[in-house]
Design a protein around this ligand. Structure first.
Ligand code: BDR
Ligand code: CA
Length: 316
């Protein structure tokens, strides 16, 4: 079976990405990397451990990743992140202190070792900043030819950004790292706002989880309802919350969910266009595009699968 590593800034939609990955039967989730973003790295690790325990999957190890971007020495959570995900990252919903602790091996070492061990069978799904992956590439450049695929949640090509007119949050945290990842030989699929803003969840769906009357169903309904309530205020035109991160996992497992375009992309690191993911005008005739960009998504098919996976998981 295929092996998957998630690199998360856990985060409400990151928590749903964990649920989707453990519910999928055609992949083996071998580890979760904790990144900074929606919360600080240690809290991201705690949240992932809590969610894994809630789902009965505490066998999955969690590794501590970088705690700030590749060009800074410190990271503070953006007020907008704390607003969207709650200060604790999981909608202010209390979950028991996890029994398991983060691993002592660093996330970057785990990533490098996994690339060596599993090669093309390994899929990496980052749904936070790309700092850990960029660092692993720097320390062990050979992994770019080993790893099967990187399917990342981040960026925007056909729609505006969500933290600036041009930048999506994950890329905005560390555009230099993102550009290094884009410029590598890695097989990259970009699942950006172009598609993630089209897969929306409403309280009709979370009510189905709550009606299961299980701990996982109730807690996930509470956590995601918090996120839906925030979206009502921040994005009233959407009628639901965006399934950003679980869509990346869905596309990693089944690329036929999206239509794509292969392009030569780069990440802008200039002050004016900080974090913009855009086609490289200097490489328009280059026949080896570096990124597969998801442009449209079969939203009905995805939502049906998402509900099928998570409802079965929460019913257990
Ligand atoms: C991305 O930013 C984070 O807040 C979410 O978890 C998602 O990964 C959306 O831009
Ligand atoms: Ca995320």
């Amino acid at each position: 079976t295929r092996k998957m590593i998630l690199d998360l800034d856990t985060g409400i939609d990151d928590a749903m990405a964990i649920a989707y990955a453990v519910a999928a039967l055609d992949v083996d989730l071998i580890g979760i990397i904790a990144s900074y973003g929606n919360v600080l790295t240690p809290l991201s690790a705690q949240n992932s451990l809590k969610i894994l325990e809630l789902l009965g999957h505490s066998d999955v190890p969690v590794y501590l990743g970088e705690s700030h971007s590749s060009t800074t020495t410190h990271f503070d959570v953006m007020p907008i992140s704390a607003q969207i995900h709650g200060k604790n990252g999981i909608g202010e919903v209390p979950l028991p202190t996890p029994k398991r602790e983060p691993e002592t091996e660093s996330a970057v070492d785990f990533l490098i070792q996994s690339a060596h061990s599993y090669g093309k069978d390994l899929t990496v799904v980052p749904t936070g900043p790309l700092t850990n992956l960029a660092k692993a590439l720097k320390l062990a450049p050979q992994i770019q030819d080993e790893i099967g695929n990187v399917t990342l949640m981040g960026g925007a090509l056909t729609v505006p950004g969500n933290v600036s007119p041009v930048a999506e949050a994950n890329i905005n945290q560390d555009p230099h790292a993102a550009d290094q990842v884009f410029e590598s030989h890695l097989n990259i699929t970009m699942v950006g706002l172009d598609v993630t803003l089209r897969t929306l969840l409403t309280k009709n769906e979370t009510a189905q989880w709550r009606s299961l009357k299980t701990e996982a169903g109730k807690k996930f309904a509470d956590i995601v309802d918090y996120y839906i309530d925030v979206y009502k205020i921040t994005s009233p035109h959407l009628h639901g919350c965006a399934l950003h991160d679980p869509l990346a996992v869905g596309v990693a497992l089944d690329p036929s969910l999206v239509s794509t375009l292969d392009l030569n992309m780069f990440v802008d690191t200039t002050k004016e266009m900080w974090g913009r993911t855009i086609g490289d005008p200097a490489r328009l005739t280059d026949k080896n595009p570096n990124v597969t960009v998801a442009l449209t998504v079969d939203q009905d098919k995805y939502l049906a699968r998402f509900m099928d996976y998570l409802t079965k998981l929460f019913a257990e």
